[in-house]
Design a binder for this molecule. Structure first.
Ligand SMILES: *[C@@H]1O[C@H](CO)[C@@H](O)[C@H](O)[C@H]1NC(C)=O
Ligand SMILES: *[C@@H]1O[C@H](CO)[C@@H](O)[C@H](O)[C@H]1NC(C)=O
Length: 394
């Protein structure tokens, strides 16, 4: 795992977390204007408020107290008003929305920007089908500017800012149509878990969750997706130009093909040629997920797995057969640049340099994740009365 998490950089050791959803604020503002507008029928409000007191709040409270990995029951819920047919209760609705008529439920959303005025149906002049996110610090702005230009107008652009600097990006024309999300000193997987819920990004066929230090001279996103589609890749990454020591053979670009799905590794690394790191494997620096694959992976990302080490070995659990649906696109490739700022991430910890402290943390998270995965799978198989297959470490 050669790639250090780039998202931990910060100059000020402040712990205060600030989240600015610049663009969402406009949408919210519009919403409040909307709900306070007098032509909205009052009866609608009466209806919803008459439903409110019946909400089973105590149940919700209980679910919220879980910090990590508390299993949430998805069992169908029974109607609390059994013989009152004037009340709505649809147990197949999304959990918590049983009191709504199914046809009014908007369970999914997108990042499309709306206007504060005019006719809502005229707000969207286009509906991008793809999403790309970069986790960025302002120092890397020129690299990101170059990268964003490789993504057509068919992409929604989301920037996750780990250094608190957001408005400065408006020097770039595209920044004004991008979504900016700011939370200091957080990592790519932290943002992804919190802001890319599969229901929120449901509008997008493919999702790119990329680092900020990729050289994209030989990359075009639309061409990339053509190849991903053609070869049935649900989880993929562009080939890496081997400009320095590459950790895994799998992600190294081949110049004689469009994509590859398996590789040879050092002797002993791959007891099973269909398993990582020889197949069913990509790294975490520049992953591209189909909508369905992301829906599964989002659920696998643990809230404390912020650096993401180890997730690359587990991606295969989300697609079947993994050695056919995970691969590397060689014909559109990127360069993994080494950034000088990498060594100064984090803070000194227990006598370790900041750089080393971050790296140790990456490994620690990986062990925790690996252990949890094994325990969860063991628990599953034993609950099914099946002898667990020999569980491999990630
Ligand atoms: C059904 O309604 C009747 C009359 O309102 C009530 O007495 C009865 O307890 C209700 N039955 C159930 C199962 O809730
Ligand atoms: C954007 O998507 C449309 C519809 O798929 C396609 O026709 C168009 O070529 C795409 N734009 C670019 C720049 O590739």
């Amino acid at each position: 795992m050669g790639n250090l998490p780039r998202s931990v950089v910060s100059r000020k050791p402040t712990d205060t977390m600030r989240i600015i959803l610049t663009s969402f604020a406009g949408v919210l503002f519009g919403f409040f204007i909307g709900v306070s507008f007098p032509t909205l029928s009052l009866t609608k409000f009466n209806l919803s408020s008459s439903l409110l007191p019946e909400a089973d709040l105590s149940k919700l409270e209980g679910e919220k107290t879980g910090i990590l990995n508390v299993p949430v029951s998805n069992a169908p819920t029974e109607s609390p008003h059994l013989n009152d047919t004037s009340k709505i209760w649809v147990s197949s609705n999304p959990r918590g929305a049983e009191r709504l008529a199914p046809k009014i439920i908007a369970a999914e959303s997108d990042f499309y920007l709306h206007k504060l005025w005019g006719n809502p149906s005229e707000d969207l002049t286009s509906r991008p089908r793809y999403l790309v996110t970069f986790t960025v610090g302002y120092d890397q702005r020129n690299n990101i500017d170059a990268a964003v230009k490789k993504f057509s107008e068919n992409f929604t652009i989301v920037l996750f800012h780990y250094d608190g600097r957001t408005t400065e990006w408006d020097e770039f024309e595209w920044s004004k149509r991008a979504i900016h999300i700011s939370a200091r000193k957080q990592t790519k997987w932290w943002y992804a878990k919190r802001f890319l819920h599969p229901d929120i990004v449901a509008a997008y066929d493919y999702i790119f969750i990329w680092d900020e230090d990729l050289g994209v001279e030989n990359f075009d996103a639309e061409e990339y997706l053509k190849l991903a589609r053609k070869h049935g890749l649900e989880i993929s990454q562009p080939g890496l130009e081997p400009n320095r020591k590459i950790t895994w053979q799998m992600t190294k670009r081949r110049d004689d093909r469009e994509v590859h799905k398996e590789t040879e590794e050092k002797p002993g690394r791959c007891p099973d040629p269909h398993l990582p790191p020889c197949a069913a494997f990509i790294e975490i620096m520049a992953p591209v997920f189909s909508r369905d694959a992301w829906r599964c992976i989002w659920h696998m990302i643990q809230n404390d797995l912020v650096h993401g080490w180890g997730i690359d070995f587990a991606l295969r659990k989300c697609v079947e057969p993994a050695h056919e649906k995970i691969g590397v696109v060689d014909a559109q490739w990127v360069v993994h640049q080494s950034l000088p700022s990498l060594g100064s991430q984090g803070e000194k910890y227990e006598g370790h340099s900041p750089w080393r402290a971050v790296r140790l943390r990456c490994r620690k998270e990986w062990f925790i994740f690996d252990d949890r995965m094994k325990k969860a799978e063991r628990a599953y198989f034993s609950s099914m009365g099946i002898d667990p297959p020999k569980l491999k470490s990630l």
